[in-house]
Design a protein around this ligand. Structure first.
Ligand SMILES: [Zn+2]
Length: 310
């Protein structure tokens, strides 16, 4: 995942972005008048026909215009200064907004011949289209995993400094940890929690009545109980955050109890980093923790925990 804002794929522009991810530059050509169209649209800009087809092109072109930004257009681009923002005219006549790479400032000339550079920007394969001089050997800019060069602790966790935004962002993942250890949520534990919390509603504490009247046929654990049992479920996070002064539990972005936990169930948990955001308050890491009854497809707890590092 890139820390930098990424283009949003729409239904119309999707073939362009997918093409880049597959190593191909595709632009639209009108079947009615053969005119080329870019940016991606529903209609031909030459004859208004809706009959457009995606065609692969070489991406060779010339520099139509450019500017060097010495003040970042967004804070996320600070590491790219100066940034060579450019408009490139492809051989087909269409113009593409892009950035130039691999060129010294005094090598950049309006009208110069350019060739495309496919720049993979994240581990998922998302690719952006940059350009460089036609005479340069640069062909592509591969993705460099910012976690790759970081040290590991004795548990094998990669150590990520709270001052390393690119590495923090690389922790965001769709993949969950391995399952945690399992624990049993029995009636005794539920009763103890009922006493502690003052919530002794019969659906939790009266097995005889629950057998007759509850839709679950038995008592179920309080959602809040299952939520806090997370502390007893140890899932192995693949990272350790370092270099902070304080770490606080900032609460939850989202807390849901989609499936019941009948008394006597075994539960386990897994987690993933859903997002990392930086603000004046500090670095907020959102850890999505899901707790399941063993064997269930639906989680019993979905908790998007926000941990604030300062
Ligand atoms: Zn047309």
């Amino acid at each position: 995942m890139s820390l930098k804002p990424m283009p949003e794929m729409t239904e119309i522009s999707k073939p362009f972005w997918q093409g880049l991810n597959e190593g191909e530059i595709r632009i639209q050509q009108c079947n009615a008048c053969e005119g080329w169209v870019f940016y991606p649209r529903r209609h031909c800009t030459h004859c208004l026909s809706h009959d457009l087809a995606w065609k692969p092109v070489s991406g060779e072109g010339t520099l139509y215009s450019y500017t060097l930004t010495r003040i970042p257009t967004l804070p996320e681009f600070t590491d790219e200064m100066p940034q060579a923002l450019a408009v490139v005219e492809l051989a087909q006549g269409v113009r593409v907004n892009t950035t130039l790479v691999g060129l010294a400032e005094d090598e950049i000339q309006v009208g110069m011949a350019l060739k495309p550079v496919l720049n993979q920007v994240d581990a998922k394969g998302n690719t952006l289209l940059r350009f460089t001089g036609a005479d340069k050997s640069l062909e592509s800019l591969p993705y460099v995993n910012p976690l790759g060069s970081l040290p590991r602790n004795e548990q094998g966790q990669v150590q990520v400094g709270v001052d390393n935004p690119a590495a923090l962002q690389a922790l965001v993942s769709d993949e969950y940890t391995e399952w945690s250890n399992r624990i049993v949520v029995d009636q005794e534990l539920i009763n103890t929690f009922a006493e502690l919390s003052g919530d002794s509603y019969w659906i939790h504490t009266d097995p005889e009545r629950a057998a007759k009247e509850s839709p679950f046929g038995t008592t179920i654990a309080h959602g809040a109980l299952v939520q806090i049992l997370q502390s007893r479920l140890n899932f192995a996070l693949p990272f350790e955050i370092t270099g902070f002064q304080t770490m606080v539990n900032y609460g939850s972005d989202r807390l849901r109890f989609p499936a019941p936990v009948p008394a006597g169930s075994e539960i386990h948990a897994r987690a993933r980093v859903k997002s990392v955001q930086q603000s004046r308050k500090g670095t907020a890491l959102t850890l999505e923790v899901n707790i399941y009854v063993v064997g269930n497809d639906r989680p019993s707890v979905v908790n998007e925990l926000v941990i604030l590092y300062r």
